[in-house]
Design a protein around this ligand. Structure first.
Ligand code: FES
Ligand code: FE2
Length: 385
């Protein structure tokens, strides 16, 4: 476990994930989704920034993805500028070559024997359901995958991850907040006019938090919140899909880039097979063309936040996303939680924050954190209306 400086856990600490913070040590206990598998081809290397730290990520000839140090241990060149050779990577500056364990195995201009004394840091890297994960903590990583793939037939898809200009925790808290749907999405889009207000409850489990939304007719919607910040929930199709594909299961990872930017790593499980799957994929192509023509939802959200556009002006195929980004990023770069007035509908947020405050305090005081178990396959989200 990383050593941390602070001992008192303030609201701000919950949101920070940089190295040396209790929140950063908390997050680094878990596998983190860092990139779409399809965005890293064999032979490709790229820089990534996760939780305020830079790394290089490459995929070798065998198909193995690997997170390595951002800078070469010789004189600090960026590693992603180099060449991938087999499963090794060679630095662009003076040609030092490293295997995927980080061991230097070639130094063209140096004496024999020096290379074996040089090793760069690498981090465990794995893939699951179309996403690349890395483990940034010390010691052995927890069990992989962190949660099981769905057993029903269907398509797995990973849309382009949107980048959101605020701290990750306010977006994660939005996903714990079912009541927002009836207001933020009232002006139209995929969620419009859909719900009556649920009675929200939540409980901490051995694998995260289980949230319930009980409707007046007695139906109960179950949503799952995995560690460190992943929401698994059933959601309606985006407005641009015109209902094709039906309600999807969504795994939404809120991944800090730094303390004031994060990205949503998204996996959908679309429950279509055969002809329905063909129809869905054709509709998805059409939807993606519309999204490309409409521009990034985050840009429109900025216009709404600045008052230059109204929600009612927005006709984006991802209208719901414009609405969500505007309220979440509109809370500020890092929301000031000390000024809030939480009510009973914030029950799930309260449970999550209490859990985090307890865990961060344990980390800050050098006590062992809770031993979490991998998410069970038997607990799944339900639609609930
Ligand atoms: S800086 Fe990488 S080989 Fe010199
Ligand atoms: Fe929303």
């Amino acid at each position: 476990m990383n050593l941390v400086r602070q001992r008192d856990i303030a609201e701000l600490d919950l949101a920070l994930t940089g190295p040396g913070t209790p929140g950063g040590a908390f997050m680094r206990q878990f596998w983190i989704a860092i990139e779409r598998s399809e965005d890293l081809q064999c032979g490709q290397a790229k820089p990534i920034r996760i939780m305020s730290e830079d790394y290089a990520l490459y995929r070798g000839a065998s198909g193995q993805a690997q997170v390595i140090a951002y800078r070469c241990p010789h004189r600090g060149a960026q590693m992603h500028l180099g060449w991938v050779e087999g499963d090794d990577i060679r630095c662009v500056y003076h040609g030092w070559k490293f295997d995927c364990s980080g061991q230097c195995n070639e130094q063209p201009a140096e004496e024999a024997g020096f290379a074996r004394k040089v090793k760069m840091r690498t981090w465990p890297t794995r893939e699951h359901m179309g996403l690349i994960y890395a483990y940034f903590g010390d010691g052995e990583p927890p069990q992989f995958p962190p949660f099981p793939a769905p057993t029903d037939e269907g398509l797995i898809e990973n849309p382009v991850p949107p980048h959101i200009p605020c701290n990750y925790l306010q977006s994660f808290e939005n996903s714990l907040d079912e009541v927002h749907v009836s207001f933020v999405h009232r002006t139209g889009g995929s969620h419009a006019g859909m719900y009556d207000l649920p009675e929200v409850a939540a409980e901490e489990t051995e694998w995260g938090v289980l949230r319930t939304g009980r409707r007046k007719n007695g139906e109960v919607r179950l949503s799952l919140h995995y560690l460190p910040a992943v929401t698994r929930v059933i959601v309606p199709p985006m407005a641009g899909f015109d209902g094709v594909g039906g309600w999807k299961e969504l795994y939404l990872h809120f991944v800090p880039i730094d303390d004031v930017h994060h990205k949503w790593m998204i996996t959908y499980h679309v429950k279509v097979v055969g002809n329905d799957a063909e129809r869905y994929l054709a509709k998805r192509d059409e939807y993606e063309r519309k999204v490309a023509a409409a521009g990034p939802a985050s840009e429109l959200a900025r216009e709404v936040m600045a008052g230059r556009l109204a929600f009612s002006d927005i006709q984006h195929p991802d209208r719901v996303r414009v609405q969500d980004i505007a309220v979440q990023a509109g809370q500020g770069l890092i929301a000031d939680r000390s000024q809030e007035h939480l009510g009973r509908s914030d029950a799930a947020i309260i449970v999550w924050r209490k859990m985090m405050a307890r865990e961060l305090r344990a980390i800050a005081e050098g006590c062992p954190p809770k031993r979490w178990t991998p998410a069970p396959a038997s607990v799944v989200p339900t639609l609930g209306f």
